[in-house]
Design a protein around this ligand. Structure first.
Ligand code: ADP
Ligand code: ADP
Length: 228
């Protein structure tokens, strides 16, 4: 579903990502773990070209994103949802409107948008809070809104940047449960960047370990633990 081929990314002279190749298969919940500064977040943002690589190629769902024109890239990005550590909700919009925003630039017919928004809110269990504003929600609820927003364009891939790092253990479990459901029920391939081994161990089927801008290794996991 995602193929990174010899990707490199520099900030000034600092090589944040050094010739990384990585495959994420369809249906995986693929964890990326490593120390702070290892390049995890940069690698994730390269997967939808939120960051442009200096070298290498990014392929998602059979399309080489690095070869697309900006218009085609906008279209291709619809199949890639993303969520963040700090949720990035719009403070002066309601839960309903925050999800609707992601449909505003899409080619989903206007009259179909409310139904689509409600379907996504129902999926994350937040229908009853649709008139609330982000400030009125718990961290776990905010992240569920962000997941609903990411689902609105029916993505094939969901990129998650430290999705539970601002949450306590209970809400972490709640959000991970929703992500697992997104993977199992909707068939969305998920990539999760985290520095928390417990998070990775609880839901990931593959784990890539990063250090100093490089992939150290990729391991398959099982319910019994990580296998080499
Ligand atoms: P991680 O997610 O593993 O903590 P990051 O991908 O955020 O790592 O960052 C990798 C390295 O690149 C860090 O040393 C960080 O300081 C640097 N870096 C990240 N983003 C930028 C940026 N926009 N400008 C300059 N340096 C950056
Ligand atoms: P339709 O009549 O085609 O079903 P609506 O515009 O009535 O579409 O919206 C469907 C659902 O979304 C309804 O439950 C409605 O109350 C809710 N809804 C629509 N717009 C908003 C909004 N701005 N804020 C909160 N809820 C909304």
């Amino acid at each position: 579903m995602i193929k990174l081929h010899q990707l490199s990314k520099k900030y000034e002279k600092f090589e944040a990502i050094q010739s990384v190749s990585l495959t994420v298969n369809k249906g995986e919940i693929h964890g990326i773990i490593g120390a702070s500064g290892a390049g995890k977040s940069t690698l994730l943002r390269l997967m939808n070209l939120l960051e442009m690589p200096d070298a290498g190629e990014v392929e998602v769902d059979g399309q080489t994103l690095t070869k697309l024109k900006s218009r085609e890239l906008r279209q291709a990005r619809k199949s890639i949802g993303m969520i963040f550590q700090h949720f990035n909700l719009v403070a002066n919009k309601t839960v309903y409107e925050n999800v609707l925003v992601s449909l505003e630039l899409s080619n989903v017919l206007r009259k179909e948008r409310p139904g689509r928004v409600m379907e996504c809110l129902r999926f994350v269990g937040l229908e009853s809070l649709m008139e609330k504003y982000p400030a009125q929600l718990s961290g776990g609820q905010k992240q569920r809104v962000a997941i609903a927003r990411a689902l609105a364009n029916k993505p094939k891939v969901l990129l998650c940047d430290e999705p539970t790092s601002s949450l306590d253990p209970n809400t972490t479990a709640e959000v991970l449960g929703v992500l697992e459901n997104v993977n199992k029920s909707l068939g969305v391939t998920i990539v999760i960047v985290s520095h928390e081994m417990d998070v990775i161990k609880s839901i990931c089927t593959k784990v890539t370990v990063m250090a100093n801008g490089k992939v150290f290794e990729t391991l398959a996991t099982t319910p019994q633990g990580i296998q080499t």
